[in-house]
Design a protein around this ligand. Structure first.
Ligand code: G16
Length: 574
């Protein structure tokens, strides 16, 4: 049967350049006539889909269904052979990556603005992933952007809208559509990766079981159904172990970003009930926060601790080993210390999960993380919030079980706090914090960048002493530079990935402009100070804000940040 394909004339829109992770804009921008269609056609112009299998899904946010309908119409007209779509359009970002890999698809389109708020007045996003399941590298996103600049028409299949609410297969014009359960492939995979019998035994039958409570917060993002299947289904935990687990198109009006500010409902519940294990994930399920009573785990510490125990506790790594470790440049160096101890390679890449993909594909990277609450491994090619949370549960079950074996009887429960303290006692502590100045003027942000660049090119900071007004602590600058990266596998170069000032005592400050905001500019300032294990428990267990106060004052002074951004305080501190 001949299928009607129509060419719709259109004109380019400015600014369709994918950022750190896809094109993210206000919903109202995507709703402009032909805007979304242009971008989808540009993807197919850059990566021709003739005969391809394409995975499609998203985090359930507002404007998802309309966009899926557009991808089907335009994709089919451009030659997509088969679409694999999560039921109701739902697929968490890591589950989408897994489906692409498992079903050997040629790529995928993930519809999410991640942790950004959703709803008609908030954000939407479109991201293209490659056949390895990972976000498209810059070479491909630049090509897509080039296509958006010259687009003159897009093709659509003339066919009625399809129903994506029922699992099954059907044909759509010349293409095939398969609607899949969004959770089952992923659940099955996690059951291969982690030691579920160990965790179940620990949670139900161990001497610590009665006092080890778990609380997961889905922040009304996509992970609710995944967490329920894993925590309640596979691990048999009570219903009270999950909250905010119904995905909503506007995330219940919240900001689905798992940090101390936006996941405060988790923090409050964990503290008031003294829950040893709390965790949250974001809108599309790739971020996570680990938080136990009295203990917030920085993302840098989280990935370091996973790397520390992985090859003893987690079957996937017991079997395959840990080949290498990595972090994004602004992330604390805690994982570097673990890599050194274990004698494995450690890579420092620019911000953006896409930079880990080549190293994983080359078999040189197993576990990695980013300060932006992203943690993951080479099991998929996206960061994976639920994976990180189950990794922590698996490790805690292992550590508690090992302690019971050694001590016998009913030893005290080792929760998140105790595991952190144990880690600091071995490796020392990387105090770390990030200050975000969201939606500031682009001109102010540019002036700040220019000022630091002027310091970098003149070299006038080297050897200069800065003194914190409140504590009197002195910091002497060792070096100042712009972070450039050459990919060790394909040798592609990414320049200007953040400005770094390093001090003689090993502390450092980093400034970067965010690549995921949808309005104005967002300036991120990262501060890190290392305290060796020999400093002793009192120093190691200091409050983060206290441990970093002096360095933050110096960071504000060097950058003249308040003056350029007109902000006295950051929008968010993590
Ligand atoms: C995305 C990327 C991450 C990156 C983060 C923050 O996360 O996948 O690799 O660290 O953005 O980027 P920026 O500092 O440029 O805003 P997500 O969870 O938003 O997809």
């Amino acid at each position: 049967m001949a299928h009607q394909v129509k060419e719709i004339p259109t004109k380019p829109y400015d600014g369709q350049k994918p950022g750190t992770s896809g094109l993210r804009k206000r919903v109202k921008v995507f709703q402009q006539e032909h805007y979304t269609e242009n971008f989808i056609q540009a993807i197919f112009d850059a990566v021709p889909p003739q005969g391809a299998t394409l995975v499609v899904g998203g985090d359930g946010r507002f404007f998802l269904k309309e966009t899926i309908a557009n991808i089907l119409k335009i994709g089919s007209a451009n030659g997509v052979k088969k679409f694999i779509i999560g039921q109701n359009g739902i697929l968490s970002t890591p589950a989408g990556s897994h489906v692409i890999r498992k079903r050997k698809a040629n790529g995928g389109i993930l519809l999410t603005a991640s942790h950004n708020p959703g709803g008609p007045d908030n954000d939407f996003g479109i991201k293209y992933n490659m056949s390895n399941g990972g976000p498209a590298p810059e070479g491909v996103t630049n090509k897509i952007f080039e296509k958006t600049k010259t687009i003159s028409h897009y093709k659509v299949l003339e066919a009625p809208q399809v129903d994506v609410s029922k699992i099954g297969s059907f044909s759509y014009g010349p293409s095939e559509v398969e609607i899949i359960d969004p959770v089952s492939d992923y659940l099955e995979y996690l059951q291969e990766i982690f030691d579920f019998p160990l965790m179940k035994n620990f949670l139900h039958n161990s001497p610590q079981a009665a006092s080890f409570k778990v609380l997961f917060d889905g922040m009304h993002g996509v992970t609710g159904p995944y967490a329920k299947a894993i925590l309640l289904g596979a691990l048999g935990l009570p219903e009270s172990s999950v909250q905010n687990c119904e995905p909503l198109p506007d995330f219940g009006g919240g900001h689905p970003d798992p940090n101390l500010i936006y996941a405060h409902t988790l923090v409050e519940a964990v503290e008031s009930a003294h829950i040893p294990f709390g965790a949250a994930s974001d809108g599309d399920g790739d971020r996570n926060m680990i938080y136990g009573a009295g203990a917030f785990v920085t993302p840098g510490d989280s990935v370091a601790i996973i790397a520390e125990y992985a090859s003893e506790a987690i079957p996937y790594f017991k079997k395959g080993g840990v080949k290498g470790l990595a972090r994004s440049m602004p992330t604390s160096g805690a994982i570097d210390l673990v890599a050194k101890d274990k004698g494995v390679e450690c890579f420092e890449v620019p911000t953006g999960w896409k930079f880990f993909g080549n190293l994983m594909d080359a078999g040189r990277l197993s576990i990695c993380g980013e300060e932006s609450f992203g943690t993951g491994s080479d099991h998929v090619r996206e960061k994976d919030g639920v994976w990180a949370i189950i990794a922590w549960l698996n490790i805690l079950a292992y550590v508690n079980e090992s302690q019971t074996k050694v001590q016998g009887g009913a030893p005290a429960v080792i929760g998140i706090k105790q595991l952190l303290e144990k880690h600091y006692a071995k490796y020392g502590r990387n105090f770390f914090s990030r200050y975000d100045y969201e939606e500031v003027s682009s001109e102010g942000a540019a002036k700040l960048v220019d000022k630091i660049n002027a310091h970098i090119s003149s070299g006038d900071l080297k050897g200069k002493k800065f003194t914190s007004p409140s504590t009197g602590t002195e910091f002497v600058v060792k070096e100042a530079f712009n972070f450039d990266y050459t990919d060790p596998i394909d040798h592609s170069v990414s320049k200007n990935q953040g400005q770094v000032v390093r001090f003689e005592d090993g502390s450092r400050i980093v400034w970067r402009l965010s690549g995921t905001g949808s309005q104005g500019a967002t300036v991120r300032m990262y501060v890190e100070r290392y305290v060796p294990a020999s400093a002793g428990p009192a120093e190691l267990q200091r409050d983060t804000a206290d441990g970093l106060k002096a360095l933050i004052e110096v960071a504000l002074e060097i950058s003249s940040l308040k003056e350029f951004l007109g902000r006295d305080k950051p929008t968010v501190i993590t």
